[in-house]
Structure formats: C-alpha cells, structure tokens
Design a protein around this ligand. Structure first.
Ligand code: FES
Ligand code: FE2
Length: 441
C-alpha cells in the first residue's frame, strides 16, 4: 500500500471521512492503522476483561490492548489491576499463559525482577549495583503501570494506554447505563462470565466489523439462508431447542421492523441500536426469573431492566454488548486487514442457569465463525477487504438519511434504525481522534 504521509498531513486524514463517505484508505492503509493504534486506541478506554475471570488473589488473564500485551490480575485487597506484560528491565514478557495464578508477585523469568500486582517494582537482582546510577529516575523504576489508568464499572474492566484523553465517565457518558442494565439482570447485581469465549480472527479491517454491528439493512439479505433454514426446520427445533428457534427466526425481520426500533447516538462514537425493541425483545420468560428480579430490585426497576433489550450497544471502539441475551463482543485489531474477535456470554449471579445457556446458544448460533449466521458476514467482510484494495470507486457509502446540517458528536435519539447516522457517528469520533496528534508526537 503506497503511503500518503498521513502522519504529517492532518487534512488528508480529515478528508478520509466526508459527506457520509469513507475513503478506502481508512480500511487498507498500513499507515492509517498505525496512526489508529496511537491516536485512537491509545486514547480511548478499551475493554480488557470481566472481573469474574480473576476471582481469587493472584488470578490473572493476559490479552492485548492496541498491540500492547497486558495482564489483568486480582490484587490481595480484591482490586482488579491491569499492568503491562512487558518487563520494565529489558522488555521480556512476564507471563505467557492465557490465564493462571501468579502466586504472591509477578516475577520476570529473564533476570528475576519482581513486581507487585499494581505494577510497582518490588525488587531487582543485584540491587546494590544500581546505587548512584540515576536508576530511581529511570523509566524502569516506574514498573508495569498502564499510564492512562484502569476503571472497573459493574465488573467490566477498562484501561487507557495513554496519559492523555478524556476521563472514563466523560468518555463513555450515558452509554454506561447499558452495563447497568446488564448487571441488574442479576438479582445480586453481579455477572459471572462463561467458562470460555469464542475467539476468531477475521481477515478484514476492524471498522468493517464495527460498522456492521449497526447495519440493520443487511440481515434480510445476508442472513436470508439462516432464517429460511430456521423456518424450514422450525418444527424440529421447537421440539428440541426452542431457544435456538426464537433466536434465529428474527433474522428474517424485514426492513420495516427496523424503522421503528429506535436508535441513539452518543458522543465519542458510542451508540444504542434498538432503544424501543429489537430482535431480542420477544424471548420467552424463564420460569421464576422475573419474580427473583422484582424481589431484588423492586418491581419497577425489574420491569425496566427486562423490557430494555437493545440489539447492540457499541462502546467505541472495542466493545459491543447485548444486554439480553447477555453476550458481549470484543474487537482487538491485529493489523490493518486482521481483526481478532472474542465473544463472551454471562450468567447473572443468582438467576436460573438457563440464562447462561441462552447466551451461549446465541454465541454459537450467531457469532461463531462456524455458525449459520456469522460465516455469511465474515465472507462479505473479507470480500470487502480484498475488493477495496483494487482500482475503481475509492469510497464506502454511508449516506442513508444523511443531512447536510446533521449535528455531529452529539446525543441524538431517533426512530429509524435504518438511518446510517449510527455508523457515521463512529467516523465522526474516528476523524476527531485521528486528526489530533498525541502530545509529543
Ligand atoms: S527483562 Fe525482565 S528482569 Fe530482565
Ligand atoms: Fe450479520
């Protein structure tokens, strides 16, 4: 991919999103991807994991944030910490497993420097050799701290890589209410993550996936065969797995269904699709669950929680949630044309076990790359990625219902879920961060 020197040319980056269209370089330029990692993912609050993945002191999981390896670990005082998985001495990785228990400290396997779980340097080998060397003022003495900080909201753990950027609450604003809704689906207000996630790598740019999360026009055509299959084997499903049937049939909903579902954009690229109803609104009741929730939260809050079932809530740029059926998707971009997807289902603590089963069934049927739904999407995303690199029209069009005087980066609610404003809103945030160089860059 030839470089356009986007790093030096803010106006050229600005021009990649204009008049409701996105230039193909946003999806295929390596240089743009590198700038995204620094200016966008570096300053955004990114989803790390859920606190229930690390229940006991020393329990950890490893993952990456914008290419930076990190460890999420439970400290002795029960606080969940996030630190970089990169030794402050010479950069060796501290732990190599997906998950485990670190014991009482994090110890580097290379020269045995050790760290507290909050990332502070605990001890170095041959300590006396560092006296009067200026070591205390060095970067190494900062340990493993993630500069932007860590926030845990209702059990969901986020971190920010860069010291600059908005505070957690300012960055997410009211979209956090979707996490309240999800946590309050438990009588105790706590969720527990399922035993494992579905992890896959898709050969497309991360933005294609994230856009599609708000694309209501595609299911009727893209997933025509999935809903047709569900209909044709409906009788069999109804006997064996009614959950599967009620989850798959709505994929055949027509364009009209989405015109009334309601949507909301929020500043910084976040959105809620299906503020009134969605394909998840008609799931059958789980016996006893409503009463449990009413006893715990009061009948009003319980009804409010259960009635609110958006299709997708986007926590730009790394997380999308479905309150019902308690499933989240996490995007971790690996390269300009490579995106890792994780799908996690949750059990609301204290609720019937069928709640987790519902989420796991949904994940398997709809989000697994082997499912009857996701392979249709993935096939098309990968074709977009290949075709956009070829000559011809350089623009991706997101102009449906665009208005010249459309307010940008604002909290707006509207009826029609087919309005591509929910996608344009992502690019408004993208353009804003991408055209603001990181201090010192
Ligand atoms: S690289 Fe970790 S102690 Fe040397
Ligand atoms: Fe889809």
């Amino acid at each position: 991919m030839k470089s356009s020197n986007y790093r030096e040319n803010v106006e050229a980056v600005q021009g990649l999103f204009q008049n409701g269209r996105v230039h193909r370089d946003a999806y295929i330029s390596d240089e743009i991807f590198d700038i995204e990692m620094e200016r966008l993912f570096g300053r955004a609050w990114l989803y790390v994991g859920h606190e229930s993945q690390v229940p006991s002191t020393g329990d950890y999981i490893t993952t990456t944030l914008a290419g930076t390896p990190v460890i999420m670990i439970r400290d002795a005082d029960e606080t969940v910490r996030v630190v970089v998985n990169r030794c402050a001495h010479k950069g060796a990785q501290l732990v190599f497993e997906d998950k485990g228990n670190a014991g009482r400290m994090l110890r580097c396997p290379y020269h045995a420097w050790s760290y507290k779980f909050n990332g502070a340097l605990l001890a170095v080998s041959l300590k006396s050799g560092y006296e009067n060397t200026g070591f205390r003022e060095s970067e190494a003495s900062n340990g493993l701290t993630v500069p932007g900080g860590v926030e845990v909201y209702r059990g969901f753990v986020f971190a920010r890589l860069s010291q600059t950027g908005q505070s957690f609450v300012d960055y997410f604003g009211d979209v956090l209410s979707a996490l309240d809704n999800m946590a309050d689906r438990s009588p105790t207000g706590r969720l527990r993550v399922g035993k494992s996630c579905i992890r896959s790598v898709i050969r497309c740019n991360w933005k294609m996936y994230l856009e599609n999360i708000n694309d209501t026009v595609h299911p009727i055509s893209t997933h025509e065969s999935a809903s047709a299959t569900a209909r044709s084997v409906g009788e069999h499903f109804a006997q064996t797995d009614p959950t599967a049937l009620e989850q798959l049939l709505p994929f055949g909903s027509g364009y009209d269904f989405y015109t009334k579902m309601g949507a909301r954009t929020l500043p910084n690229g976040h959105s809620i699709l299906g503020t009134r109803f969605s394909i998840h609104s008609e799931y059958s009741d789980v016996p006893g669950y409503k009463d449990q929730l009413a006893a715990a939260h009061g009948p009003e809050r319980a009804a409010e929680v259960l009635q609110y079932a958006p299709q997708n809530v986007v926590f730009y740029p790394s997380l999308a949630t479905k309150g019902s059926p308690q499933v989240i998707r996490v995007l971790r971009p690996l390269a300009v044309n490579l995106t890792q997807l994780e799908v996690w289902a949750f059990q609301p603590e204290g609720a019937p076990d069928t709640m987790l089963k519902r989420g796991e069934t949904y994940s398997r049927l709809v989000f697994s790359p082997m499912s009857v739904v996701a392979h249709d999407d993935v096939h098309l995303f990968e074709s977009q990625q290949r075709a956009l690199a070829s000559a011809g029209n350089p623009w991706v069009n997101l102009q449906r219902q665009a208005r010249a005087d459309e307010p940008e980066n604002s909290d707006q609610s509207f009826d029609d879920g087919n309005n591509e404003l929910v996608m344009r809103n992502q690019y408004v945030a993208w353009r804003s961060l991408m055209t603001t160089p990181v201090t010192g860059e």
